[in-house]
Write a protein that binds this ligand. Structure first.
Ligand SMILES: *[C@@H]1O[C@H](CO)[C@@H](O)[C@H](O)[C@H]1NC(C)=O
Ligand SMILES: *[C@@H]1O[C@H](CO)[C@@H](O)[C@H](O)[C@H]1NC(C)=O
Ligand SMILES: *[C@@H]1O[C@H](CO)[C@@H](O)[C@H](O)[C@H]1NC(C)=O
Length: 292
């Protein structure tokens, strides 16, 4: 493939602008999973700022996810901190399948991610009660896992096109090429009690509350099929102690159904009619959900 030097120069200029505030941090503490930490600290940092960890999909990077989403510009407006981690293993998919990935402080991705969060809280005097997680595809799967393994660290999550925490437990990998396909195909169906027991076993003895969850999925997703939305809702409704209340159609936009549990403050799902694997990130809805 041939590119003119001026076209390449233009691309470099665009990415330099979009990335201007994203900084690589190498010294954030123990990093058993060898992840990369990229951070955006806004020019006008809020007092006791909130933190959002936003995780890319398979094959992606933190830098790319920062460019594909509007979180960085929103962080400049509102003063919260963004962390865009990258994983470089298993086709850049997050470790949502192994025993260590699915337990607390066992050396998996979640431990490296939590060390990034702890570093950021300490260095910027951030609010430990306002740490949020989001992501797309594999990043949504990891959001589910992070909320399950570190419910005391994450206050709320939102995510797009993922699977319930534990869906890939025991799978040889977590990428489309390495994973047991039954999970992505929507064939791992459990009872609510089974999901709850599986998550509780990821952090035995924990008796505090679990994070609030908003999870989005497209009905035409062929890579991670729609039954995975229902399994996530089953899992989190059990952990949060809420049950289905109502569906609100055409919310937040035409063709999306908001699936409300309880009074809608702890758990909601969004079923996006006819949308495929790339459900557009709804950054402003995420911020509302997080209370930012
Ligand atoms: C996730 O957390 C659990 C529980 O601390 C831990 O055992 C496991 O190693 C962690 N996984 C990753 C990927 O950090
Ligand atoms: C929760 O766990 C803590 C620490 O193990 C314990 O002190 C506390 O009594 C427990 N609370 C309940 C309601 O079980
Ligand atoms: C609510 O919406 C979901 C997703 O469209 C659907 O699966 C479910 O059957 C609906 N429930 C009711 C009671 O209409």
């Amino acid at each position: 493939m041939r590119f003119s030097t001026s076209a390449l120069g233009g691309l470099a200029a665009i990415s330099a602008t979009a990335d201007a505030a994203l900084v690589r941090v190498n010294d954030f503490g123990a990093n058993p999973a060898n992840l990369q930490m990229n951070i955006n600290v806004p020019a006008k940092l809020a007092t006791k700022p909130a933190i959002i960890v936003a995780m890319h999909g398979c094959g992606g990077t933190g830098e790319q996810y920062a460019q594909q989403t509007k979180y960085n510009s929103l962080s400049e407006q509102k003063g919260f901190i963004m962390i865009f981690p990258s994983t470089k293993k298993d086709s850049n998919c997050w470790e949502v399948n192994t025993a260590k990935g699915l337990s607390r402080d066992a050396g998996g991705d979640n431990q490296s991610l939590v060390n990034m969060i702890k570093y950021t809280i300490q260095k910027y005097n951030a609010d430990p009660t306002k740490v949020f997680s989001t992501g797309s595809s594999s990043g949504c799967m990891m959001t589910n896992v992070l909320m399950a393994t570190y419910p005391d660290v994450i206050a709320a999550g939102s995510c797009y096109s993922g699977v319930a925490a534990g869906c890939l437990a025991g799978s040889p990998g977590a990428s489309p090429g390495s994973a047991n396909p039954n999970c992505a195909n929507g064939q791992i169906i459990k009872t609510q009690d089974q999901w709850v027991a599986q998550v509780k076993a990821m952090y035995p003895g924990y008796n505090g509350s679990y994070p609030r969850m908003a999870t989005w999925h497209g009905t035409a997703d062929t890579l991670v099929k729609i039954p995975n939305l229902g399994e996530q809702l089953k899992e989190w409704s059990g952990l949060l102690g809420v049950s289905f209340t109502k569906n609100v159609t055409n919310t937040p936009q035409s063709g999306y159904t908001q699936i409300v549990y309880g009074d809608g403050t702890k758990l909601v799902g969004y079923n996006a009619q006819g949308v495929g694997h790339t459900v557009p990130v709804h950054e402003t809805d995420d911020l509302k959900w997080f209370g930012l």
